[in-house]
Design a protein around this ligand. Structure first.
Ligand code: DQA
Length: 149
């Protein structure tokens, strides 16, 4: 089984960008940790990060059909990308999708309070720091191992 670990714009800067909001851990560190966590359960991880909407959609269209779950931090695209929403609405027929936000978007600027993706993902993890990725992975692995409950 395979999990997709997808990060959108500016998450390439994780660990360097606004550390008081997003913490000190870098994206490669997060990816390594999730890869190890998944490997312990016999699950592999295909990761990608892009700053561009089209590249994220291309990756999801290409890889979701063979995936067993998707962890997605869409960055700011969460708040306004109807193209990404339409893509998730489509590829969500292949596997569950967990939307992760590192920061508590509800405590921040008003434009961050809405996710236009929320209605088409399986669930969201918000405000729990980079641990949110681990929680998303554990959920998806549990679905893979013992089915949805
Ligand atoms: C974010 C929250 C978004 O509002 C922001 O644009 C990001 C990161 C988060 O992980 O907290 O880039 O998705």
């Amino acid at each position: 089984p395979t999990l997709l670990l997808v990060n959108g714009p500016n998450l390439s800067r994780l660990g360097h960008r606004e550390p008081t909001i997003y913490g000190n851990e870098t994206l490669p560190q997060v990816v390594d940790r999730i890869r190890q966590l998944a490997a312990q359960q016999g699950v592999s991880v295909l990761d990608m990060q892009s700053n561009s909407e089209g590249a994220l959609i291309d990756f999801l269209q290409e890889n979701a059909p063979m995936a067993n779950g998707i962890i997605l931090n869409p960055g700011a695209f969460a708040h306004y990308s109807y193209a990404l929403r339409d893509c998730l609405s489509d590829v969500g027929s292949y596997c569950p999708i967990v939307e992760v936000h590192i920061s508590n978007v509800h405590q921040r600027e008003a434009f961050r309070h809405e996710s236009v993706l929320a209605a088409v993902v399986t669930g969201q993890i918000v405000g729990l720091g980079t641990t949110g990725y681990d929680l998303a992975a554990n959920y998806l692995i549990s679905v893979i191992v013992r089915g949805k409950s």
